[in-house]
Design a protein around this ligand. Sequence first.
Ligand SMILES: [Zn+2]
Length: 351
Amino acid sequence: MSGETHHGDGARTLAGQGPVVVALDVGGTDIKAALVDADGVLLEQVTPTRAAQGPQASFAAVLAAVADVRGRVPAGRTVAAVGLAVPGTVDEEAGVVLSAENLDWVDLPVRALVAEATGLPVGFGHDVRAGGLAEWRLGAARGAHDHAFLAVGTGIAAAVVLRGEPYPAHGWAGEVGHGGARDGEPCPCGGRGCAETFASAAGMARTYRRLTGAPVADVPGAREVLARAQAGDDVARGVWDRGVDRLGELVAEMTRLLALPTVVVGGGLVRAGDALLRPLDEAVRSYLTVHPVPRLVPAELGSAAGMHGAALLGWDAARAAGLDVPHRHAVRPAPGSAPLGGLVTADGVAP
Ligand SMILES: [Zn+2]
C-alpha cells in the first residue's frame, strides 16, 4: 500500500453511534491514519510522509492526514481526540520528538502543535511504546503483569511496559539497538557494531549484501536472507545466526535487569515465525544462568500495533480531558482492508 492512498469501504459502522478517535502511526515512508470507535477500525488510509521534502512537508502531511480522516466522520458522531504514534527519540512527558532521523524532526513539540491545529485532546507516544501498549491491552501480552515489546524491523527498539504502563524515561528506555559494542560496522548513531547494524531485519539484509555483493533487488530484506540460509547458503546462515544470537543477548540483558516474564516479539522480523522464535529462545537461554527465562511470544497485531496503540493513546487523552470514552476498542480491521498486516501464521511467514 506504500505510496498510495487506500480507503476501506467504511460500510460497517461509520454511521453508528459513539465517539471516535483519529489514530495516526507516522512512519518514515507512510502515515497510517484510521478512524477508530469502540467496535474497531472504521476506515483507514495510507498516505506518503514526504520526508524527503523536509520537516515542514512531513509535519504538514501529518496534519493533512488528520484533517482528511476527520473530514470523513459522518454527522452525528463526535471526534473525541487524536492519537499519534511517532518514531525516533520521543519524550512523551514533554510531548516532544527530540529527534526522528527519518523525518528530519528535531525538538519538535508535536503534541502542542497538533492540539493547536485541531482543537482536540492529543494522545502522543513513541511508535514502539504505543505498540507495546496495544499488545498489552489488545494483543499478545493480554494478562501479562509486566512485559517488554521488542520490535525488530528497520531498527531495533524495545518498550518496557509495567502494569500496562509504558516506561518512557524521556524517550531513552528500551533503546537497546544502539551501543554495547566497540567494533563493527558504523551506525548512524555514531557508534560501531550496534545491534541495529547487523541484527535488525534491515541490518541482516545489508550485512548479507555487503559480504556477497548481492543486489538490493535480490535481497531486499531479512526474509531473503532466511530463505537462502534455509537453502544451504553458508554466508546467509552465518548472518542470520549472528543476528539472532545478538537479539537473544539483548533479551537476556533486559531479563537480567528487569526479569520481565513475557517478551512480545514484533516488527517485520517476527514474520519468520518459529524460524526466528525457536533459535531466539535458545540464544536467550544461553545467555542466562539463574534468571527465569522469559516467555517469548509473537506479536498479534502485526504492523497495525502502532496504529492501535495510537488509538488507545487517543482514548486516554480524551478521558483525561473529562470525556466519556472507552478504555479500549475491538481489534477489527477496517472493512475492505487487509487483515492486520504482518500477522504471524502458525507455519511462519505471513502472506
Ligand atoms: Zn547505533
